[in-house]
Every structure is written in structure tokens, then in C-alpha cells.
Write a protein that binds this ligand. Structure first.
Ligand code: CTP
Length: 400
């Protein structure tokens, strides 16, 4: 595989030496593109010797071969490690001031960045904004890790280990295209049930797991529709995914009913309110109208996924989720089995939640059971990893 490794000016560049070695040892054709600043940390001969390919930083070298775009066009994968705050800002702005900039603009290959910087810089609103934009464009981010930084300070900012960056990057390009031609609808996020024009009943779902499933399905070649209830601000759907935005359980239900007939696979990852306010007020509720206490009458919402199962067309695979507060793994499994049977779904992915687990984090652990209650997979890791584990289960179910 033709892999471009962009190296930018941070002390972690010394770790990228190991990253290049790993890729070369695995048999890849590695082309290193250091920035001028990166060469102050690790010199050009090191990169040439390790990659066994010529290394330049300038857009004016090798002009006859149109090198400023040729590398990007030829690449199957681009890794930028370390990615400094400055480079991430340049990528966000689309700057093409050096060979790495032009290469990044010219490529359509997956791009993986491994940020490395001091914690303050990582948390600065400018960097946070840049990372959001890059993620929205489909750039994959590995790390940074929490740990001791060069100044002796510590916090998030350390570049991930070369093994982890290489594994994450190769997993992207080596992903099977086993959902090619398959149409998949994923619901995600938490519904909001209005109480009055300014208030609602909601839940803590961030939408991260559902959005990760939608992206993973797109990576594997599926046509994806995401029915998005409320998503946290930093959770951005992949640009390849068609997004239908909904607010309430009722709207989510109507939208799912409309898109389900064309779907081969439906994944109900949304956290749907079980109840909505029987009569939402047309005006903002005032304290003086309910002194001391306020009683809201809640009415049960219909079970959307049960309706989809009832109307399921032949060959359609339906997956539900269950977020449960449980004492242990045995109780999680027992609840998962009971819920899968009650809903009549093909697969049910259960995860344990609590005051401090399961919601805002990037990591998750899923136990996946089939209609008969058999455990078909247990997966833990990033929400991208658990998303792929779920899709593996879908693919193997559909291939029988
Ligand atoms: N779900 C749904 N419609 C609802 C409630 C839930 O389609 N009105 C879906 C969710 O998207 C999820 C699955 O059903 O895929 C399980 O959701 P959960 O809230 O755990 O199930 P409930 O049926 O509400 O079960 P309980 O409240 O008894 O735990």
C-alpha cells in the first residue's frame, strides 16, 4: 500500500521514526513528507534511510513529476504524526504552503492525524474548533493520550504510540466493503419531549454510538441514512451520511416509518423517550400557576422498533439497543435476552449505564445477543470499534 506519512514540528517526531519502521516492515511503500520544522527534530537522512524513498519538503523539487499533488493522488492512506496545533489549523483552513499541505489537499485517501501538543493548546477553543471541523470532513483522529508531556507537565497531549496509530490507520483501509449495495438506516441521539415552548424532558444520550455506526457502515460501503434526534454539539455525522433531523419520539417514529421500507438494515440506537407530556403548554409555565409543586401528566409513547418489526419486509435485519443499569454482567445478559425476545428484533446490543458510565465517553462495551438470546459478540473499545463489531454481527447474520 502507498502510505504517505506527514511529520510536523513536534518533539514526538522521534516516535514517528518507529511508526515509519513498522509500516516498512509490514511491506508498505512509505513516503515521508516532513515539514521544515519537523526536520529540526529528526533529519532528512533518517527519513530517507528508514522509508527507502526520497524525501523532500518543497513543492519546488521534482516539479516535472508534479510532486506537489502526485503524492496525495497516489496515496492509499495518509498519516500525519505528530500533528501539531499549527498543522491542524492549517489543515482546517486548507492551507497549501508546503508539500504536506498540497499533498493533503490533493488526496482522497483516508487521512489519520495523531495530535501532539501541550494540554492547554489541545483544549484551546481554536484547536477544539479545528478538530471538530476536521472530524466532520472525515479525518480520523488517534489520541492524544493522557500522560507526562515534555515540560514535565501532564494531561492530554501526548502522541499515541506508533503501534496504536498504525493499527488504527490500517484498520481503516483494510476495512471489508461487505455492506456494498446495502441500505442502512440508523437512529441516534436522545429525543426531547416538550413541556412548554422552552422546556423539555430529555435524556443523556450523546448520539456518539449511533453516529459511529453510521460512519462505520459508510466505511464498509453501505448507503446510510441517519435519523438524528438530539446529538451533543461535538458529535458530527460523517458527510457521506444522509441526515434527517428529528426532535420528539413521535417525529422519530414517523420518520423511521417513512424510511424503513427501503432499508435492508435498521439500527435503532436512539434513546427514545418512553413517555411524552400529555398536553404540552402553549405558553411558558409560570411558577405562580403551580405554587409548591407541579404535576405533569405523561403518556406512554408507542414502541417504534416493535412497530418496525411488525411491518418488517422479508430480508430486513432489525437491531435494537438497550442501555441498562445493572448490578453485573449476568443481569445485563438476562435483560438483553428478555428485551430481544420482547421486541422481536434480530439482534440487540446491550450496554451497562449509570451515573458515571456509558454516556459522554468515547469508549463503550457492548454485549450483542441474537433473537434466540445467544451471545454473538462482546465488544469493548472506542465507539468506532464497537460500531464495527456490531456491523460484523449484522453481516454474519445476513450471510446465513
Ligand atoms: N425504542 C423504541 N421506541 C420506544 C422506546 C424504545 O423503538 N418508544 C427502542 C430503542 O431505540 C432501543 C430499544 O427500543 O433500540 C430499547 O429501548 P429501551 O428504552 O431500553 O426499551 P423499552 O422498551 O423502553 O424498555 P424498558 O423501558 O422496559 O427498559
Amino acid at each position: 500500500m502507498f502510505v504517505v506519512v506527514g511529520v510536523t514540528g513536534g518533539i514526538a517526531a522521534y516516535k514517528t521514526v518507529g511508526l515509519v519502521r513498522l509500516l516498512v516492515k509490514a511491506g508498505h511503500d512509505v513516503h515521508v513528507v516532513p515539514t521544515d520544522d519537523a526536520l529540526r527534530f529528526v533529519g532528512l537522512p533518517t527519513w530517507e534511510a528508514l522509508s527507502r524513498n526520497p524525501v523532500t519538503t518543497s513543492v519546488h523539487d521534482d516539479v516535472a513529476k508534479v510532486r506537489h499533488v502526485a503524492l496525495g493522488q497516489a496515496a492509499d492512506l495518509v498519516i500525519v504524526a505528530p500533528a501539531t496545533a499549527n498543522t491542524l489549523a492549517a489543515m482546517t483552513a486548507g492551507l497549501a504552503s508546503d508539500l504536506l499541505g498540497t499533498t493533503l489537499l490533493a488526496t482522497t485517501a483516508p487521512v489519520v492525524v495523531a495530535p501532539a501538543m501541550h494540554t492547554e493548546m489541545w483544549r484551546h477553543p481554536a484547536t477544539v474548533h479545528n478538530m471538530d471541523v476536521l472530524r466532520t470532513r472525515g479525518v480520523h483522529v488517534v489520541g492524544p493520550e493522557d500522560g507526562v508531556l515534555t515540560g514535565g507537565d501532564s494531561g492530554p497531549g501526548r502522541m499515541s504510540e506508533p503501534e496504536d496509530i498504525v493499527a488504527a490507520a490500517l484498520a481503516l483501509v483494510e476495512r471489508p466493503r461487505d455492506l456494498e449495495g446495502v441500505s442502512i438506516v440508523v437512529s441516534a441521539g436522545g429525543t426531547r419531549e416538550p413541556i412548554d415552548p422552552v422546556r423539555y424532558l430529555g435524556n443523556r444520550s450523546s448520539g456518539r454510538q449511533g453516529v459511529a455506526i453510521a460512519r462505520a457502515a459508510a466505511d464498509r460501503g453501505a448507503r446510510v441514512t441517519l435519523v438524528a434526534a438530539h446529538l451533543d454539539a461535538d458529535v458530527r455525522p460523517d458527510p457521506r451520511v444522509e441526515v434527517l433531523t428529528v426532535a420528539t419520539a413521535d417525529e422519530l417514529g414517523r420518520t423511521m416509518d417513512a424510511v424503513a421500507p427501503d432499508a435492508d438494515v435498521i439500527v435503532m440506537a436512539a434513546a427514545v423517550a418512553d413517555y411524552s407530556v400529555a398536553a404540552a403548554s402553549e405558553h411558558k409555565l409560570r411558577k405562580q400557576d403551580s405554587p409548591g409543586a407541579l404535576t405533569l401528566e405523561l403518556r406512554e409513547n408507542r414502541d417504534i422498533v416493535a412497530g418496525l418489526v411488525a411491518d418488517r419486509r422479508p430480508g430486513q435485519t432489525i437491531v435494537a439497543f438497550a442501555a441498562e443499569t445493572v448490578a453485573d454482567d449476568a443481569e445485563l445478559l438476562e435483560r438483553a435476552r428478555a428485551k430481544a425476545a420482547r421486541k422481536g428484533v434480530d439482534l440487540l446490543a446491550a450496554n451497562a449505564v449509570g451515573w458515571t458510565r456509558g454516556f459522554e465517553s468515547a469508549a463503550n462495551a457492548l454485549t450483542i445477543v441474537d433473537a434466540a438470546g445467544a451471545v454473538v459478540a462482546s465488544a469493548s473499545g472506542t465507539k468506532d470499534e464497537t460500531a464495527h463489531a456490531l456491523l460484523d454481527a449484522v453481516v454474519s447474520l445476513r450471510s446465513f
